[in-house]
Structures are given as structure tokens and as C-alpha cells.
Design a protein around this ligand. Structure first.
Ligand SMILES: Cc1cc2nc3c(=O)[nH]c(=O)nc-3n(C[C@H](O)[C@H](O)[C@H](O)COP(=O)(O)OP(=O)(O)OC[C@H]3O[C@@H](n4cnc5c(N)ncnc54)[C@H](O)[C@@H]3O)c2cc1C
Length: 454
């Protein structure tokens, strides 16, 4: 079987790994004009979780398998990609948010994310904080702390108005680049070839893929294939059009701030911290008056969405904290290089100050931040597309939105199963591209909404 994979992001690499290392497919060419993992896959927050509320457990099942695979790779590689299990901490000062989080946790538990443990006492003796490193022997499910004293004991840096903390336990972060490079090295040892070039056309014959046109430094070449995998990330729709196939995709720009927390306000062993309430940015009085003068400024005085989040980054004495807040998520068309809102650092720092009030110390003396980001390439339901396209021999692994790192191992495995004809898990149908043309294939699709996105 001759396979060409278009795109060496985490999706294409994971597909190459699963096909070559797990299924023994030998003739695989991975084609990308950019260095591996350099477009979107090295721009992420690198966080993972198995906590995916929704109308069924498809995402939980995919993520659980993906995390199982990541853990086995971490074991095999001596944890080269620094997988941890610090968890996601959702904090709220509002009763309605608290109730919504509890309902989501009960729903997720029903679909396999692990049990809900409610700790209501002031000491919460059964609550086990996460170790800063490693992942073995950690609980799954969620722990919910409701007593102010217990919250203060375990999360003294959070806003004192916090009335509930929900700690997702099968969650944490890793080095996405190292995970990707580890899989790529293993795949290359198993025979996968990497070619620096761009796929510029796909030719079909008798309704199936036949030849792929690749533009490289050496000029235009034709590669005869049996299988073509579209793993083109933000260009997944463009590449699908080469096959005469349309896939419904939208893009959102997401931005990330790397902040030098030289005062050490976010503890180095903190989990991923998420403020789960909508909020009005706590501007100073003078700033407020200034902003009120223009339409653009007034928009910054309106309510902002929930979800500003942060986590410590880097080992040892690293002072870096990553901060994100997706307050602008209207669809855009992908354009490179990206342009960033110059106000993003100020807005995200202030928003995060609502969660961690001591960050206020940086308002007048914030160190120069590093800003980067990329696109969430997604379906409107925020479900990935993994499986065959309507041209025989063509497959897609894409629309990985804001979860492509955590889903990569599971998605690559699932795609490989489609390609080699191995048994598919029950949830595969939720990610099958054909569910757009055949509504009977996955009737629950209409109940999905892209919520719980970070
Ligand atoms: C700010 C931000 C934060 C995020 N945080 C997280 C997180 O915490 N956890 C998580 O799991 N995910 C996160 N994500 C999402 C994750 O980064 C993506 O889902 C994932 O990287 C997508 O991988 P990919 O391989 O599909 O795409 P990409 O990494 O973009 O790779 C696609 C590749 O295809 C190549 N390509 C395109 N067209 C062609 C062509 N014609 N020929 C050959 N090659 C082509 C490109 O050059 C590129 O290298 C985040 C994303 C952003 C932007």
C-alpha cells in the first residue's frame, strides 16, 4: 500500500506513526513544505483533558484512548515529552456557573470520564492535590471543592470570592513538539520518508486517488498512490478541494501570551487555572473614562466571556506563565503570518487578575510579553473529522480545533484503522466525514455544539 500524507503537523505525524509502527505499512511519504510541527502544532498550550461534556461520550472515548496512547509513549520514551497530570481547575464565584459545572461533571461521568467526588467540608481530607510531575497512579474523574476554607488551603492564590473549584484529574500538559518528534523518529525508523514539498494537486482515475502532484525544490513531481491522507491543518479544505470534495470548516484565530511572572505569583506547581465566569474587565477608573470615549474602547467595557486561563510553563526555575482568553472567536479566513491584537496582553492579564488577584502587581510594570497563536480549524459542532472522504483511497484527519494535541494519538490510531480496515470503535461514527452527507449516520450530530472550548 502506497500512502502519501499531506501535512507534517501533529495529525499527519500521528497518522504516519500509527500506520507504520502499529500496522507495519512500509511505503509512506509524509509531505510538507514547512518543518514538521511548525505551523499550528508548536503554537498550542499543550494541555490535555478527557473531560468533554456533550450529548454522548464520543469525545470522551476518543480522548481516553488518546491519553492511554500518550501514556504508553511516555512510558516507552522515559517521559521525553514531560507528560504531567496536574489537571484543569475550573474556578467560579457564581452559583449558576457552579451548578452548570456540576451538571457537566455528572454528564461526563456517565460517559466514562471518571467519578465525581464532592468535598464539602472545610478540610476536604479525601482530596488529593496533583503532583507537579508524572502521571502514574493519579485519579481520574473530577474533585469538587465547595468549602471556602478548603479552597483557600489548596488554592490560596485564587480570588477569595471563589465559591467552587472543579478539578479535572485526567488532564495536564506535555511538550507537544517533543511528542511529535518522538512519533516522527519512530515512524522514520519504521520506514516513513519525509519530503519537503507542497501538494499542489491530486489526480483521480476511475473514481479513486491515483497520482499526487508535489512541488519541491527539485521541481514538480508525480507520486502514484493507493492512499492519500489530507492532514493539512488550516489548509484542510483547500486540499479537499483538490479532490473535488467540500468539507464544512470554519477557522478562529486563537492567541497565546507567554508572560514572565518574575514575582512568582502563579505557583510553579499550579494546575491549569480557568476562570469560568463571564466578567467585566477590572479597568482602573481613569482607563474606564478614557475607553468610554470611543466605540472601540466601549467594547472593552462590556461583559467578556468566561474562560480566561493560565498555566506555568517550563521546568525548574522557569518564570514563564502562559495565558489565553478567547474573547474574539468569530470565524475568519486563515492568513499567514498572523496579526495579533496589540491590546491582547493587557486584556488577558487583567482578565486573569480576576482569577488570581495578586497579578494586579503587574498592571503598571508588565514585562514585555511574547505573543503567538494560530487557527482553530473546526467544524461547527467542534468535532474532528477522521475517516474516508467520498473519493476512494482519500482520507482526512483534520478539524482538530483546540484539541489537536490531546486528540492526536487517538485520531491517528482511528485514521489508521479506517485505512487498513481494522475494527473501528463505536464512537468512530461521530467523526466520520460522511455524517454531513448522510444525516442518518450520526443523528446526534445536531445536538452537538462547540461548547467547553478553551
Ligand atoms: C493558541 C492555540 C492553543 C491551543 N492549545 C491547545 C491545547 O492546549 N491542547 C490541544 O490539544 N490543542 C491545542 N490547540 C490546537 C492544536 O494546536 C491543533 O489542533 C493542532 O496543532 C492541529 O494539528 P494539525 O496537524 O491538524 O495542523 P498543523 O499543525 O497546522 O499542521 C498542518 C500541516 O499541513 C501542512 N500543509 C498544509 N497544506 C499543505 C500542502 N498543500 N502540502 C503539504 N503540506 C501542507 C502545513 O504546512 C502544516 O505543517 C491550540 C491551538 C492554538 C492555535
Amino acid at each position: 500500500m502506497r500512502v502519501l500524507i499531506c501535512g507534517a503537523g501533529i495529525a499527519g505525524i500521528s497518522a504516519a506513526y500509527a500506520l507504520s509502527v502499529r500496522h507495519g505499512v512500509r511505503d509512506i511519504l509524509l509531505v510538507d513544505p514547512r518543518p514538521p510541527l511548525s505551523l499550528t502544532s508548536d503554537k498550542s498550550t499543550e494541555a490535555y483533558r478527557n473531560w468533554w461534556p456533550g450529548p454522548d461520550g464520543a469525545m470522551i472515548a476518543l480522548m481516553n484512548r488518546s491519553i492511554d496512547l500518550m501514556e504508553s509513549l511516555a512510558r516507552a520514551s522515559g517521559n521525553r515529552f514531560l507528560l504531567n497530570r496536574r489537571g484543569y481547575v475550573y474556578a467560579t464565584a457564581r452559583e449558576d456557573t457552579a451548578q452548570a459545572l456540576i451538571r457537566a461533571a455528572e454528564n461526563a461521568a456517565q460517559w466514562g470520564a471518571g467519578p465525581v467526588r464532592l468535598h464539602t467540608s472545610s478540610r476536604a481530607p479525601a482530596y488529593r492535590p496533583s503532583p507537579p510531575e508524572g502521571w502514574e497512579n493519579s485519579p481520574d474523574g473530577v474533585d469538587i471543592l465547595t468549602h471556602p476554607e478548603a479552597i483557600r488551603t489548596h488554592f490560596p492564590y485564587l480570588n477569595p470570592a471563589t465559591r467552587m473549584v472543579l478539578h479535572v484529574r485526567r488532564a495536564g500538559w506535555l511538550s507537544a513538539h517533543q511528542l511529535g518528534m518522538y512519533m516522527l523518529e519512530q515512524a522514520r525508523d519504521a520506514g516513513v520518508r519525509l519530503l519537503s514539498g507542497e501538494v499542489v494537486g491530486v489526480e483521480t482515475r476511475g473514481g479513486r486517488v491515483h497520482r499526487v502532484h508535489v512541488q519541491s525544490e527539485r521541481g514538480l513531481s508525480d507520486v502514484v498512490v493507493d492512499v492519500f491522507v489530507n492532514a493539512a491543518g488550516p489548509f484542510v479544505q483547500h486540499v479537499a478541494h483538490m479532490l473535488g470534495v467540500d468539507i464544512p470548516i470554519l477557522w478562529e484565530q486563537h492567541t497565546k501570551l507567554a508572560f514572565n511572572d518574575y514575582m512568582g505569583i502563579i505557583p510553579r506547581d499550579a494546575p491549569l487555572l480557568i476562570w469560568s465566569d463571564p466578567q467585566y474587565i477590572p479597568w482602573e477608573e481613569e482607563e474606564r473614562a478614557f475607553l468610554a470615549e470611543t466605540e472601540e474602547g466601549r467594547a472593552l467595557l462590556e461583559e467578556f466571556p468566561p474562560g480566561v486561563h493560565a498555566r506555568p510553563e517550563g521546568a525548574g526555575e522557569s518564570p514563564i506563565v502562559l495565558m489565553l482568553w478567547d474573547y474574539h472567536t468569530q470565524p475568519v479566513l486563515p492568513r499567514f503570518p498572523l496579526e495579533f491584537d496589540p491590546l491582547f496582553p493587557d486584556i488577558v492579564l487583567r482578565g486573569m487578575t480576576t482569577a488570581v488577584p495578586a497579578l494586579r502587581a503587574y498592571w503598571d510594570r508588565a514585562p514585555k510579553p511574547l505573543v503567538d497563536g494560530g487557527y482553530y480549524t473546526k467544524t461547527r459542532e467542534n468535532l474532528p473529522l477522521i475517516g474516508p472522504l467520498p473519493v476512494e483511497g482519500a482520507f482526512v484527519i483534520g478539524a482538530l480545533s483546540g484539541f489537536g494535541i490531546m486528540a492526536a494519538c487517538g485520531a491517528g490510531d482511528l485514521l489508521a484503522a479506517h485505512i487498513v480496515g481494522a475494527p473501528l470503535p463505536e464512537d468512530a461514527v461521530a467523526f466520520h466525514p460522511a455524517h454531513y452527507s448522510d444525516p442518518h449516520l450520526y443523528p446526534r450530530l445536531s445536538a452537538w455544539r462547540g461548547e467547553w472550548q478553551l
